[in-house]
Design a protein around this ligand. Structure first.
Ligand code: SF4
Ligand code: SF4
Length: 394
């Protein structure tokens, strides 16, 4: 393969070596950890290995984007597991997202549920079609955001509209420690993660542009969010879009797990209420593999007196996806539910009484899996568990 072939469609593959696809050894390591492959009826075309082979054929002009291949290429949660195990270090996530953007450019995609997300994001600024008036409804009476502060809270759509407890916990901790924070409730736009992961670049750019203007206006040094998808996107996608759009973006992005861990290390946050729980922790893909935040959640758990952590066999880099990412839950809800049920079984096999995670998507997926299976497993966000262990003054 030559560089010309990797400029298929007139767009180079940023950060991808021209011969990346040639290095595939066909070893199939990427199949072993892929959460969606087992739900493809055993057909090889559902595997990342086959998709790499297809991309080589496609970029060299011997294959076309048939509806079947478009479907296969959207059956991926962008969990990054394949990329972690690939022995020739093929940047698979870039490839999956790049081909989706080409599918969209050619009018062959995205999937119907993803179009709805795009339309809602354009009309309402969030993928759920919620009124912006409701964005700040999660704020509790004791929360007192200021106009400008070093910290700007970025709620994110899922936490703001669907799972406010994650935001409430984090902001309550800051409030109790008298750490000032700004919040632009009602003016935030979707971080664009669901649009980027599904190849809808133009729509994503609109959202990102609005948020970049908001961040410049708020002059925050730190942007703090409870969502793994938002923090990944703000950390790794926004700088490139800011350069492209000629806008400034120099804030440090932090997920709330980083903030909690830092406050615990500094001795400012002292969990002291005894919490006798045997728990297992699910590493959200976009928190762990994407951002390397494996130690922070475990530091927080270790700081809560009484909590005993039992790991699932697949943890940290090897963690199994919950099934929700990459637009899979939106368009392939049955497959997503089966993946979550599979992961829930792993959690149950540890003997833990509580499954803890720290991502609104993972938490929503497991809540559904627990309800549908009748499992007795308790479920908690790490934020809520931490907050319950803190005395009222800290
Ligand atoms: S990113 Fe995850 S779901 Fe997608 S192909 Fe790789 S392992 Fe499979
Ligand atoms: S792990 Fe990497 S080298 Fe092996 S089949 Fe998958 S993409 Fe190819």
């Amino acid at each position: 393969m030559n560089a010309h072939m990797l400029e298929h469609g007139g767009a180079a593959l940023p950060g991808i070596a021209a011969d990346a696809l040639d290095t595939c050894a066909r070893c199939g390591f990427c199949k072993t950890g892929c959460p969606t492959y087992p739900f493809g009826g055993g057909f090889e075309t559902y595997s990342p290995r086959a998709k790499v082979f297809f991309l080589k054929e496609y970029y060299e002009g011997r294959a076309t984007l048939s509806p079947e291949w478009v479907d296969r290429l959207y059956r991926c949660t962008t969990c990054e597991r394949c990329q972690t195990v690939c022995q020739t270090e093929i940047p698979l996530i870039h490839l999956w997202e790049k081909i989706r953007s080409e599918i969209v450019e050619q009018g062959l995609g995205p999937m119907p549920a993803h179009k709805k997300i795009r339309d809602f994001a354009a009309q309402f600024g969030n993928p759920y079609g919620e009124s912006a008036d409701k964005q700040a409804q999660w704020l509790l009476p004791e929360h007192k955001p200021v106009d400008e502060a070093d910290i700007l809270i970025f709620g994110g759509c899922t936490a703001s509209y669907k799972m406010p407890s994650m935001l409430q916990s984090g902001v309550t901790v800051l409030t109790r420690l008298d750490i000032p924070y700004a919040y632009a409730g009602g003016a935030e736009t979707c971080c664009a993660s669901p649009l980027l992961r599904t190849g809808q670049i133009a729509a994503a750019e609109n959202c990102i542009s609005c948020n970049l203007d908001l961040f410049a206006q708020k002059k925050a040094r730190y942007i703090v969010t409870p969502c793994g998808g938002c923090s990944k996107t703000l950390k790794y996608d926004y700088p490139a879009f800011a350069r492209k759009l000629g806008k400034t973006f120099d804030a440090t992005v932090m997920h709330f797990s980083e903030v909690y861990a830092q406050l615990i290390r500094e001795g400012r946050l002292k969990p002291s209420i005894f919490t006798p729980k045997k728990v297992t922790f699910h590493d959200p893909c976009h928190l762990g593999r994407s951002q390397g935040l494996f130690a922070e959640p475990r530091e927080i758990l270790a700081a809560i007196p009484g909590v005993k952590l039992v790991e699932m066999p697949r943890n940290r880099e090897e963690s199994r996806c919950c099934g929700a990412g990459g637009g899979v839950k939106a368009n392939y809800p049955q497959m997503a539910a089966a993946i979550a049920a599979d992961r829930l079984r792993e959690a149950e096999e540890t003997g833990a009484e509580m499954l803890v995670t720290m991502c609104p998507f993972c938490q929503g997926s497991f809540a559904q899996a627990i309800q549908e299976s009748g499992s007795g497993m308790q479920l908690s966000g790490l934020d809520a568990l931490l907050l319950a262990s803190l005395p009222e003054q800290a």
